[in-house]
Design a protein around this ligand. Structure first.
Ligand code: NAP
Length: 545
């Protein structure tokens, strides 16, 4: 690995620098080093794995079927790896990513504890200069960002956050060393996908659990289970078919919508489908359902009421059940949290639900959390309060493009990109699952393979043509951004208050009412077709010079 640091060389240190050694960075470095490209991965963390390195909270696991999550690029890898659970947990997922990196000897191209603070595009030399936290400056012809969608955790902005005398951390920063929860009084703030996983997992392992819920969330049972050797053999024999199916489905999962049409079947038939899906593993309840549910209010209301009924049946105290059922949005407006024993947790004597929409948190105190109604003494506070999604990781780096453009300023009111991969005014920069990418809203590795393959095709064109600089045109960015915004209008998702629409109450400017077109919702087949259209039309929308 080269580690030159001087600023004034004519040839850059690297042809390509990849930022981030998670699922995307690992596959991208594999593709580039297979092509013999002088490339490196810079990773802020002390090891690889991205999402699966950081999120060590109890209950963290896939909501994608494990065998649809793994990389598809190597038959040998597919034959070797045995997914032990249908929805594999964080420790196993991290082991898998390490196995991949070791098998293909990719660690040699990775540099850890290496945070990029500043990136400047040098227009005279057509290279990027990257300033790192360790004092080095590295140069590269091209930068590929693999920053992750949800890598900037956002704890709440509450008075007294520093005064708490117990342990407090965001789920993203759950301690790596074992944490004894028995006899502890634990408070969890947040009931999104993460909170729902943590709460279901720790309820019977802690002394006392207090859940601080602002808005309830819809959820559905994960119905996880083991995968035997025989089942894994069967899966291996079907991998081609499985991945082909993922490519055909809107979200990159095995599941495809029920095309019979909500209104074309009787209520009885709808109920039969829903009863079946609720008890089946994974996202079927969301993605094998009738499409109308996610487009029209009326079918959505009927289905939401069905789910509410299933929820009531699982919670003993009717008052608690009502508090757990969302009233301000319908089921499946956005990605549905999948749970294991979440609702049953509230039937336990040691679990208490505090409705902070009724009695907001006033402050964090030395002893715990005080709401307008009561003081809750705690030993541990867990912030399951979400992320500054997608653009947050870009905002953390000071990115200077051409003509003095600064990315955080350009994106102040929302991102604008071409295919979620390129940005006008920021030459020689490619994003994996950047904002507005179709790779971002689905079964992540299926999307990331799409993104990496596209980025690699762009670069191969650069190398074939000998171009020194490439970037998308302002027209291409404007058209794509308008298209992304338009796709939201077709879905009830447009009404969601969550990271898909750029909402986050803990980030200035992202509070309620600030809609941002963050992801492409046209579905995988359409996104792939759009990427192919770019490649097959002489990379239309991208200027090479
Ligand atoms: P999230 O969906 O943004 O949920 C954050 C939760 O914290 C919400 O309940 C929110 O309440 C609450 N909250 C935020 N700030 C608060 C504050 N200041 N005071 C009180 N409550 C506050 O975040 P997440 O649960 O981490 O999930 C994010 C995404 O990660 C998911 O959509 C999913 O894509 C992904 N994920 C996937 C898995 C998986 O199974 N593979 C697991 C976990 C996460 P409000 O609704 O009122 O804002």
């Amino acid at each position: 690995m080269t580690e030159q640091t001087s600023d004034d060389k004519t040839s850059p240190d690297y042809e390509t620098i990849i930022i981030g050694a998670g699922v995307g960075g690992i596959y991208q470095i594999k593709r580039l080093t297979d092509l013999g490209v002088n490339a490196t991965v810079l990773e802020a963390g002390e090891d690889l794995g991205g999402t699966w390195f950081w999120n060590r909270y109890p209950g963290a696991r896939f909501d994608s079927e494990s065998y649809t999550y793994g990389y598809s690029f190597s038959k040998e890898l597919l034959d070797e790896w045995h997914w032990k659970e249908r929805f594999s947990g964080q420790p196993e997922n991290l082991r898998y990513l390490n196995y991949v990196a070791d098998k293909f000897e990719l660690r040699q191209y990775m540099q850890f504890n290496c945070r990029v603070d500043v990136m400047r595009f040098d227009e005279a030399a057509n290279i990027w200069r990257l300033e790192l936290n360790d004092g080095r400056t590295l140069t590269s012809r091209v930068v590929i960002t693999a920053l992750g969608l949800l890598s900037i955790p956002t704890p709440p902005r509450l008075p007294g956050m520093d005064s708490f005398e117990g342990q407090a951390f965001h789920t993203f920063n759950w301690p790596a060393e074992p944490l004894d929860l028995s006899d502890k009084r634990v408070g969890v703030i947040g009931t999104g996908a993460t909170g729902i996983q943590v709460i279901g997992e720790i309820a019977d392992k802690v002394g006392d659990l207090t859940v601080f819920q602002r808005r309830p969330n819809w959820s559905a049972p994960l119905n996880n289970g083991p995968i035997s050797e025989e089942e894994m053999d069967d899966i291996r024999s079907r991998y081609d078919e499985i991945f082909a199916q993922c490519k055909r489905s809107p979200g990159g999962f095995e599941h495809t919508p029920d095309r019979r049409g909500f209104y074309n079947v009787s209520r009885q038939e709808r109920l039969e489908l829903w009863d079946r899906l609720y008890d089946e593993p994974g996202f079927g309840i969301w993605l094998q359902n009738f499409l109308e549910i996610f487009i029209d209010e009326e079918p959505n209301e009927e289905f939401s009421e069905y789910i509410a009924g299933r929820m009531r049946a699982r919670v003993n105290d009717p008052e608690v059940a009502e508090k757990l059922i969302p009233k301000d949005h319908g089921f499946g407006y956005q990605r549905v949290p999948m749970e294991t024993n979440y609702l049953e947790a509230f039937n336990r004597e040691n679990v208490h639900l505090v409705d902070i929409s009724e009695h907001p948190i006033e402050e964090v105190t030395a002893a715990g959390i005080r709401t307008t109604a009561a003081e809750h003494d705690l030993d541990i506070i867990v912030f399951a309060t979400g992320f500054d999604a997608i653009t947050g990781a870009f905002d953390k780096i000071e990115i200077h493009g051409a003509d003095g453009a600064i990315l955080a300023e350009e994106w102040k009111d929302g991102p604008s990109t071409y295919m979620g991969s390129l940005i006008t005014g920021f030459p020689n920069l490619l994003m994996l699952a950047g904002p507005q990418s179709g790779s971002a809203s689905a079964n992540f590795p299926r999307g990331i393979e799409m993104g990496v393959d596209f980025a690699t095709e762009v670069l191969e064109h650069v190398w074939e043509t000998g171009a020194e600089r490439f970037e998308s045109t302002p027209e291409a960015d404007a058209e794509w951004t308008a298209h992304v915004a338009e796709m939201y209008q077709m879905l009830l998702l447009r009404k969601a208050k969550g990271w898909f629409t750029g909402y986050n109450s803990n980030v200035e400017g992202h509070e309620e009412g600030s809609f941002r077109p963050m992801v492409y919702n046209g579905g995988f087949p359409k996104f792939q077709a759009k990427l192919d259209e770019v490649v097959n039309n002489d990379f239309k929308g991208i200027v090479f010079s």
